[in-house]
Design a protein around this ligand. Structure first.
Ligand code: COA
Length: 394
């Protein structure tokens, strides 16, 4: 079957806040993180108009409270775009937003649409992980044991099964992520993708939030080594080598190449292939490996062809495992050159689109890079990967 070419024109995000009362978005609703991104994508890409958006597909992990009500649809009306723009919400836990982009791409590739906004939003301060979840009585039995339900424990399980990935290596990786993020932030790499959000803080003061709240640039190996394990007594997973609990949103504008050309919009990158894969839920963090292998197989490409890897850092240990099994060194310069979720935080469904936004930016500043990968692990034992081709500068 002949597929239409699909391109990403633009990707924007909110700054990522820390969840809870000290967070910059404590008093901001989840929908109000997504709406400014819809508006920004239109404003930044004339002659695009809201009525040209054929669907608004949003990843949302826990679709309750303010994140319920088919958020993808509601936000098109909250953006004052009238009643004409359809939308939906989908859930593949942490990869909800990346799946929204992958599904959006295949939707366009099949010829069923020309212009879609796909994104992800999470507000773990208002809708905490697991909130209002009612597990099936057989959930633990079918997943192996209760640790499959607690992501930090799945990371401990990876340490158990693959002891070559030690706490020290995990801390070293986390430290490096913080360093790379600090360097990217201070050299202005986030400026183009972050849409400032006016927010009221817990004390009633108002700010224009335009910077990520989670990064800890002062991180030292000594401080990391001193942190207590959080998920198991005598464990290895700490607040320093885990991603955080965060609030944020990120969205991408996807179009058919033909429509983009007709409208004179310059594409950043071309969708090549997407794949989901599933593994033992007790070690869910390893799943980017089979998902990536599956995506590569569909294209005939090899890992050696991939010039930039954006892998979500849910936990340092799972990234170490994945890089090793994909044949990459832990500090390969192609991997997360601007740092990852260990530094920026992980507002679950927003993280896949964030990887996409980072890859757009990285492609732009590396015109010689041809192929890139966005990949992430998912609770309950899944992985999702998308391969992209650089069109910036081509
Ligand atoms: C690990 C976890 C429980 C920690 O929660 P927390 O205690 O609220 O985390 P914090 O960021 O407040 O860190 C706690 C303390 O650790 C220390 N700390 C954290 N990161 C640090 C770093 N890089 N360097 C030095 N100290 C650090 C600090 O003392 C911090 O306290 P402070 O903010 O008052 O200075 C939480 O982030 C979590 O659940 N993460 C996993 C999320 C998850 O499962 N996502 C899905 C993945 S599939």
């Amino acid at each position: 079957m002949q597929l239409n070419e699909v391109v990403v024109i633009d990707a924007v995000r909110t700054p990522f806040g820390r969840s809870g009362e000290k967070g910059i978005f404590w008093k901001t609703r989840g929908e109000d993180l997504a709406v400014p991104l819809l508006k920004a994508l239109i404003e930044r890409n004339p002659p695009l108009k809201p009525h040209m958006i054929e669907d608004s597909i949003w990843g949302v992990t826990n679709q309750v409270k303010e994140l319920a009500s088919t958020l993808g649809r509601m936000i098109t009306m909250l953006a004052d775009w009238g009643w004409e723009i359809p939308g939906c919400s989908i859930d593949r836990m942490c990869a909800s937003g990346l799946t929204a982009i992958g599904f959006g791409a295949t939707y366009i590739a099949s010829g069923m649409a020309d212009c879609i906004i796909a994104g992800g939003v999470e507000h773990l301060g208002h809708v905490p992980m697991g909130f209002m979840r009612d597990h099936h009585p057989r959930a633990v039995e079918v997943m192996g044991d209760p640790s499959a339900l607690v992501m930090g424990q799945t990371a401990e399980n990876i340490h158990d099964r693959f002891p070559e990935f030690t706490r020290e290596k995990a801390d070293t990786y986390a430290m490096e992520s913080q360093k790379k993020a600090h360097s990217a932030i201070t050299s202005g790499k986030m400026k183009d993708m972050i849409i400032p959000i006016e927010a009221e803080l817990a004390d009633g003061s108002r700010i224009m939030a335009d910077m990520d709240q989670q990064p800890r640039p002062g991180t030292t190996m000594e401080a990391l080594a001193g942190l207590k394990p959080v998920f198991r007594e005598n464990g290895r997973v700490t607040a320093g080598n885990s991603s955080g609990l965060n609030d944020g949103a990120c969205a991408a504008l996807l179009m058919s190449r033909q429509k983009a050309d007709e409208m004179g919009l310059k594409p950043a990158m071309r969708w090549v292939a997407s794949a989901a894969a599933a593994v033992d839920p007790r070690i869910m963090g390893i799943a980017p490996v089979p998902a990536t292998e599956k995506a590569l197989q569909k294209t005939g490409l090899k890992m050696a062809d991939i010039d930039i890897v954006e892998i979500n850092e849910a936990f340092a240990v799972q990234v170490l495992y994945c890089l090793d099994r994909l044949g990459l060194e832990w500090n390969d310069p192609r991997v997360n050159p601007w740092g990852g979720a260990l530094a920026y935080g992980h507002p679950l469904a927003a993280s896949g689109p964030r990887l996409t936004a980072f890859l757009c930016g990285l492609f732009k500043e590396n015109p010689a890079a041809k192929y890139g990968l966005t990949t992430m692990c998912v609770g309950r034992g899944q992985g999702y990967s998308i391969i992209w081709e650089n069109l910036a500068g081509h």
